[in-house]
Design a protein around this ligand. Sequence first.
Ligand code: ACO
Length: 217
Amino acid sequence: MAVFKFDIRSLFPQPIVKVDSSLLPHTFHGNRRQALEVTAKMSAIIDHLGQLSAIAQKLNIPITTAQKLRKSDNQIVYLMADLAELNSGRGDEVVGLLKIGMKDLYLFDELGQSRKVDNAPCILDFYVHDKRQRSGLGKKLFQTMLSEEKWEPVKCSVDRPSEKLLGFLKKHYGLEHVIPQANHFVLYDGFFEHDKANEQPHEMTRSRRMLMANRYF
Ligand code: ACO
């Protein structure tokens, strides 16, 4: 049964589209009138999937809405449709959402040293339709995002991951060993490796102070 009052097929020329603050899919070509029509439809889809994600995560307020995306500078929502289901007129049309972004974060490294990381890649919201989970759709969506953004899983910070997402990251990417943080982001061992360029030490830890002091004796 169709969830939306409009036909979404023209919005999904391919199974996965990405949408930024313009609220237009990256595949869009058209005039101003068509752009207005498409942004209205995309907004309805994003709001609906954002709502389903919030329900699945037992959140009072959705993390993803069209309005929040419109106001963001560097967030992207990936949406996935099942084109076979769509063309047959069955099923739940849009089956997944993944919102990502870049944030400046204060984080602890493996030694417990506080660092400011500019433009840290963040996984902000991730949802696959309840009836379609555990059939590999999440992996397809995540994998598409990684290759589009040229991100490595171990370099992603994850905002308040659910148990399902922790299981997903462990299963598909072997991510298991967490670097403890004071905030709600989860990072994995390897996050700081070979990437000191974007980091600024924020505050010296005792071990680092001792290391520095020892240089002079
Ligand atoms: N219970 C435990 N682990 C699960 C579950 C579940 N119900 N569903 C998926 N997983 C994990 C498991 O590791 C599973 O492997 P397994 O079946 O062999 O145990 C693996 O994910 C399956 O991988 P996919 O099929 O590729 O992933 P899926 O399509 O299920 O999508 C997702 C993963 C997005 C986490 C999905 O389960 C979902 O939408 N969950 C509900 C919403 C949610 O918790 N989202 C994350 C919120 S936190 C955030 O977004 C930062």
